[in-house]
Design a protein around this ligand. Structure first.
Ligand SMILES: [Zn+2]
Length: 194
């Protein structure tokens, strides 16, 4: 075989391997992706996250009121009031259970000081020191976390893989009425059902 043909042959083998890998990846991708509404917000800067090792659960926690918020509300608040690049959470779950995308999944979030390079922020709308998460929100957060564990190959039975914000920083987030249900979310993520 001439050197040029050999190179061409090698390149086609390599391409074949890449295509096979690509197909395997597609097959391995979890099929039970929950409906996630993409909002295409503009951010003032973009930084890719280095790793995804755990999921951090938050509440919006506005003082003295348990209210619904949209990802757009939080994006505006984080950008205009906090002067951040944009919404700090990757996902926002509304009281009716709608899952909205905030920060793009591969970007560094702004939700847990000192932990943003290695985690994903999932926020439920409400103040769960006052109110309780709705059953729709609980169903959505379970499906979303289950899917994220599959996608990033996280083991939810391990300590520190699904945590509340208060486990990492000096805060009462995600509120006592959500924090006490994190075990339920972890169990769902281990089995894929209630
Ligand atoms: Zn928080």
């Amino acid at each position: 075989m001439k050197r040029r043909d050999f190179l061409r042959y090698s390149a086609s083998c390599l391409l074949g391997i890449m295509l096979c890998d690509g197909e395997q990846l597609l097959e391995a991708a979890p099929s039970r992706q929950p409906m996630i509404y993409k909002r295409f917000f503009r951010f003032t800067e973009y930084e890719k996250r280095k790793a995804t090792e755990y999921l951090v659960i938050h509440h919006t926690g506005f003082p003295d009121i348990d209210k619904d918020s949209t990802a757009a509300d939080i994006h505006k608040f984080h950008q205009e009031t906090n002067k951040w690049a944009g919404i700090g959470y990757h996902y926002l779950i509304r009281k009716d259970g709608t899952i909205e995308q905030g920060r793009q999944p591969g970007m560094v979030g702004a939700h847990s000081y000192g932990h943003n390079q290695t985690s994903i922020g999932v926020c439920l709308a409400g103040n769960f020191n006052i109110g309780k998460p709705t059953e729709e929100q609980m169903a959505s957060v379970k499906e979303l976390c289950w899917w994220l564990c599959q996608k990033y190959e996280l083991d939810p039975s391990k300590n520190g893989v699904i945590v509340g914000h208060r486990d990492l920083n000096d805060t009462d987030c995600p509120g006592k009425n959500l924090y006490k249900r994190l075990g339920e979310i972890r169990r769902f993520c281990c089995s894929g059902n209630d």
